[in-house]
Design a protein around this ligand. Structure first.
Ligand code: HEC
Ligand code: CU
Length: 334
């Protein structure tokens, strides 16, 4: 009877997976777009089918016993317990363990020779992303925030760490999740197999704005990727109009450079996200807002209102005109 109750309890998991938001879309672990994710999806399906088969056979067996044999006879009972209670679970667990252990090296490294390497640091509450310079300049890294571009069909090794607390780096469509720790590097190897735009998230509660710690992953052709990286490696110098020119002056006057870096401008600090090409990103503040001028103004006016505990001060004391000029300058940094 106890067994029956246990198996009935596991039943909701079947409709659960059918209804789950993981089924489709830009962050679906069941619609894999990378080698690691498809391996995990295969394991998931094997386990789901296995669990369904075991669950169904237990129900059938239970009904059969209650209907026709009121209570099993002692001579057969020990074999039933040894078989169903010990042998079957041991075999099932051993097979799963073998599968898991054999997949591990492919999922967490070391990466194959010639892989692209991307460093990602989890920060409260955004992701610092940095690439080695396309011309191999050791001292110069190409840095940005909350956005990762990858060439399709090439292995990439993510080198992960954290600046503060434990975060967890997860791109459900491409691979499994890996925790990031302060003072310790973890690794994840991914080979994206289809072009597209995917969503990554932080999968470990890390404080106030944890739910707003998303990032965008763009998987594109090798040519498009090379062009993008070369563009990101250039300093920014675009000033479209008078508003943007005013914005640049305000950026210096208001001390934004105490926390931000804009290559080509005087700002060099690494407290907050690098803003060199902030105008080219899909979103701002780790997925909190779309990237347009109005959203930039809203962000500058009230970061903590938009993201609880955000570590950027409010600039609500500036006039609308000043905020709009700053937004024009930032939006022009493509
Ligand atoms: C005390 C440090 C600090 C100062 C000063 C500061 N910022 Fe920030 N800024 C941050 C931090 C930290 C974040 C990341 C917030 C998050 O996403 O949780 C951020 C995020 C941003 C973003 C979003 C970037 C992205 O890619 O998502 C913009 C734009 C920005 N700041 C502009 C400015 C401007 C303009 C000023 C000056 C008027 C300024 N900041 C002053 C710390 C600061
Ligand atoms: Cu988090």
């Amino acid at each position: 009877m106890l067994n029956l109750i246990t198996y009935f309890y596991s039943a909701p998991f079947v409709p659960g997976i059918l209804l789950a938001d993981v089924w489709h879309g830009k962050h679906s672990a069941l619609e894999p777009a990378g080698t690691a994710a498809s391996e995990i999806a295969t394991l998931f399906w094997a386990m789901a089918v296995g669990a369904a088969v075991i669950w169904l056979s237990m129900i059938v067996l239970g009904v059969y016993c209650f209907r026709t044999h009121q209570g099993m006879h002692p001579p057969r009972l020990p074999w039933f317990i040894i078989g169903g209670g010990m042998a079957v679970p041991s075999v099932v667990l051993a097979v799963l363990l073998g599968f898991g252990l054999s997949a591990m090296p492919r999922l967490v490294g070391p990466a194959p020779e010639g892989s692209l390497r991307v460093h990602v640091t989890g920060e409260q509450w955004w992701w610092r992303v940095s690439y080695e310079h396309p011309q191999g300049l050791d001292t110069q890294r190409v840095e940005l925030a909350n956005e990762i571009h990858l060439p399709v069909d090439r292995a990439v090794e993510f080198v992960l760490d954290s600046a503060d607390v434990i975060h967890s780096f997860w791109i459900p469509s491409l691979a499994g999740k890996v925790d990031t720790f302060p003072g310790r590097e973890t690794r994840l190897v991914v080979t994206p197999t289809s072009e597209g735009v995917y969503q990554g998230i932080c999968a470990e509660f890390c404080g106030g704005a944890h739910a707003w710690m998303e990032f965008t992953v763009v998987v594109e052709s090798p040519e498009a990727f090379d062009a993008w990286l070369a563009e990101q490696a250039t300093p920014s110098n675009t000033l479209h109009d008078e508003g943007a020119t005013r914005g640049r002056t305000l950026f210096r006057q208001q001390g934004c450079g105490a926390c931000h870096s804009i290559r080509g401008n005087v700002a060099r600090s690494r407290v907050g996200p690098d803003l060199t090409h902030v105008g080219s990103r899909h979103s701002i503040a780790a997925g909190r807002l779309p990237n347009d001028r109005l959203s930039l103004v809203r962000w500058l006016r009230d970061p903590k209102g938009l993201k609880p505990e955000a570590l950027m001060p409010s600039f609500a004391m500036l006039s609308d005109e000043d905020l709009e000029s700053l937004a024009a300058y930032l939006h022009g940094l493509k």
